[in-house]
Design a protein around this ligand. Structure first.
Ligand code: DGL
Length: 266
């Protein structure tokens, strides 16, 4: 079984730290390098071409940084730019969030699944396609883009009353449809769970980090030794208003937070 000394996790902004929290919970002896493209977030409202270009740049940067395994935490990149990442990664082992999330959903649902994500993720139809391929024909699926959720989180407003108002607006149709399992198809959304829970109290939420952690556990040996993992956080812009709050909430204590440039790594 492969032993990875350095795992790279990337996302468009700070949302991917929700995935990092799960990666740290199931690895030992590794350097986890998180790269958040905070200078260009959100990706979810951009064209597939632009998302692919950004994803290639992040991948090249992390490979130059010496990562031995890549976790594509970003649902938007996983949904629309995975082939581009695979090409750039040139054989470096890679985990994306789609398949592992679908595995979890299929184990949980009683027959009615909701998928929420960025506009690009929902427009790609990637989650829905995978579910249709693997689920019984009777499965009912409802998709809903939630473009305002990401800026709320990046602004540190995940518990603000306005977040609940917006969640009501986006999620009411899913609640009324009887959705029993909701795919939080964006790394930012787990930070909104207290608010989402108030709107859909009975629903099972499935998040990307949970799915990735299960994959890493199934790999059987994601760490190189028994020492706790070390976290480095690299951002493409100066830390924004929510970073401290999000790291505190997730219990993350990086040894370093640094601003980097991801261009010029061709
Ligand atoms: N966090 C990203 C995802 O998981 C998207 C946020 C964005 O729009 O950049 O899809």
């Amino acid at each position: 079984m492969a032993r990875y000394r350095r795992i790279g996790v990337f996302d468009s902004g700070i949302g991917g730290l929700t995935v990092v929290q799960h990666v740290l919970s199931c690895t030992t002896g590794v350097d986890v390098v998180y790269l958040g493209d905070t200078a260009r977030v959100p990706y979810g409202s951009r064209s597939p071409e632009t998302i692919r270009r950004y994803a290639r740049e992040l991948t090249r940067f992390l490979l130059a940084y010496g990562v031995e395994m890549l976790v594509v935490a970003c649902n938007t990149v996983s949904a629309v730019a995975l082939e581009a990442v695979r090409e750039e990664a040139a054989g470096v082992p890679l985990l994306d969030v789609l398949e592992p999330t679908i595995d979890l959903v299929l184990e949980c649902t009683a027959g009615c699944v909701g998928i929420i994500g960025t506009r690009a993720t929902i427009a790609s139809g990637a989650y829905e396609r995978l579910l249709r391929q693997r689920a019984p024909a009777s499965l009912r699926i409802f998709s809903q883009p939630c473009p305002l959720f990401v800026p709320l989180v990046e602004e540190g407003w995940s518990e603000h009353p306005v977040a609940e108002q917006i969640a009501q607006e986006y999620l009411s149709p899913l609640r009324e449809a009887g959705v029993d399992t909701l795919v939080l198809g964006c790394t930012h959304y787990p930070l909104l769970v207290p608010v989402l829970r108030r709107v859909m109290p009975e629903c099972r939420f499935v998040e990307s980090g949970e799915a990735i952690a299960r994959c890493l556990r199934q790999l059987g040996d994601s760490g190189a030794g028994g020492t706790p993992p070390r976290l480095t956080v690299l951002l493409t812009d100066a830390p924004g208003p929510a970073l401290e709050q999000v790291m505190k909430r997730l219990g993350l204590l990086p040894r370093e937070v640094r601003q980097v440039s991801v261009s010029n790594h061709d």
